[in-house]
Design a protein around this ligand. Structure first.
Ligand code: SF4
Ligand code: SF4
Length: 428
């Protein structure tokens, strides 16, 4: 199999027209919000207690390991307490329950900063204090990528958004071109890279034209990639743009990759002194009545976004946090929108026929991580931890291609997720 260049490059039906040219719905903040006290897999310690008053921008929690990630309140109101709830990643974690007073009283947690005149260290400290994290779904602390920028040839701002249905990055870019410019140029300064580009899919003619106008006279190139999946995955993107591979981090290939919505959020922090309090979330699929992008306050229950889009078309649906390929199916819509969430996909439930594995090997052929998904599934079934390790199960990026391609319609990806959860459990 040819890693990164072989048959795994699939054109998928995007269904982007359901939402991409509609104005986003701006959702009023709900009375009650729950802020997940987690960043990636790391818990965050609350800095406020039940009964405390908070304003928009009050620091309410911070990550409690070797990374520093502050969480800021997206509303003004009163803290109710800490409650366990399930997240969009199906983890039962502490959430800070805040009751909004709908007054929008604000305290700016940091002053705006002119990235052009600021020295490198001041800009890096600002990035760290602003609490920026990867908005492409991972939530990785952004400042860490720029801590020691050595031999970086290319900064890539990733606006590819290759998942079907999702158009949140597209709409965010179209509506916030100036903030994207500020964030991109500030990241460029931090990266000390030789080159910088904003990368989007080649079929986005209107966006490409706007980006070219916006970045005219700057060093930022607009580079396009083909409409294939998973072109937006970091490894594939670095390969498509730079023809380089890496083992662990893009920096090994002389690249830093940041999501376009993260650049916009950083631009907002620099220009307006505000942390991330709202998210653009695509609510789409064939089982939601009026698909739209929704601008929602962080901590809003998913059910409110679906209601804003007219609700479900039928009772039996599959709800995924994220897109249909990488998103995880969630049994209910009570989880809240966290900082990294960018999509809710609602699809009609279709019962899979009970067909056994045909041993066709197609899942292995398509896997962009070079894994053998069917063998991982088999090892998971018998809880064979040694084989799971040998098969490099943890390298799965949960792209969903093995399930998509399987002629027996086996949910191979779900089996791999189970295997990863099992491995994490055994490790403990
Ligand atoms: S979900 Fe994982 S195993 Fe399946 S194709 Fe994607 S990377 Fe490979
Ligand atoms: S694609 Fe499906 S049927 Fe083919 S080997 Fe993989 S799991 Fe089996």
């Amino acid at each position: 199999m040819s890693f990164l260049t072989g048959p795994m490059h699939h054109h998928l039906e995007g269904h982007k027209d359901l939402t991409n040219h509609k104005d986003p719905i701006v959702l009023a903040e709900p009375d009650d919000l729950w802020i997940p006290l987690v960043n990636g897999n790391a818990p965050c310690t609350p800095l406020v207690s039940a009964g405390d008053e908070v304003k928009v921008g009050t620091k309410i929690a911070e990550r409690n390991d070797h990374f520093y990630v502050p969480l800021y309140s997206p509303v003004s109101g009163k803290v109710v307490g800490v409650e366990k709830r399930m997240t969009a990643a199906m983890k039962n974690v502490d959430h800070l329950h805040i009751q909004s007073d709908h007054q929008d009283t604000t305290e700016k947690p940091f002053a705006p900063l002119d990235y052009e005149t600021a020295d490198w260290q001041t800009l890096e400290d600002f990035l760290k204090n602003s609490g920026m994290q990867g908005l492409g779904g991972a939530g990785f602390p952004t400042y860490v990528k720029y801590l020691k920028p050595e031999n970086i040839q290319c900064l890539i701002i990733n606006g590819v958004e290759c998942e079907p249905y999702l158009t949140a990055d597209y709409r965010n870019m179209m509506n916030n071109l100036e903030l994207l410019k500020v964030g991109t140029l500030a990241f460029f300064k931090l990266s000390k890279a030789q080159r910088v580009c904003v990368s989007v899919k080649e079929d986005k003619a209107d966006l490409i034209a706007e980006l070219k106008k916006t970045f005219e006279g700057t060093p930022v190139e607009i580079r396009t990639v083909p409409d294939i999946y998973p072109a937006g995955w970091e490894r594939t993107l670095v390969w498509l743009l730079e023809h380089k591979r890496y083992d662990r981090l893009p920096a090994e290939a002389g690249c830093i990759v940041d999501n376009a919505s993260t650049a916009i959020a950083f631009g907002d922090a620099l220009q307006n002194g505000m942390p991330i309090t709202r998210k653009v979330v695509t609510v789409s699929g064939d089982a939601v009545k009026d698909p739209h992008n929704v601008i929602a306050t962080v901590g809003t229950p998913a059910s409110a976004l679906i209601e804003a889009c007219g609700g479900y078309t039928e009772e039996n649906v599959v709800l995924a946090a994220g897109g249909p390929m990488m998103g995880m199916a969630i049994p209910n819509d009570k989880f809240v929108i966290g900082v990294p969430n960018n999509g809710l996909t609602v699809l009609k439930y279709v019962k899979n026929p009970d067909i056994k594995c045909l041993r066709c090997g197609k899942c292995t052929e398509v896997c962009p991580s070079g894994l053998e998904p069917v063998r991982i599934n088999n090892a998971e079934k018998v809880k064979d931890i040694e084989t799971l390790k040998k098969l490099d199960t943890q390298s799965c990026i949960e792209c969903g291609l093995c399930s998509y391609i399987c002629p027996s319609r086996i949910d191979v990806t779900e089996g791999i997720r189970r295997a990863k959860r099992y491995m994490a459990l055994v490790k403990k």
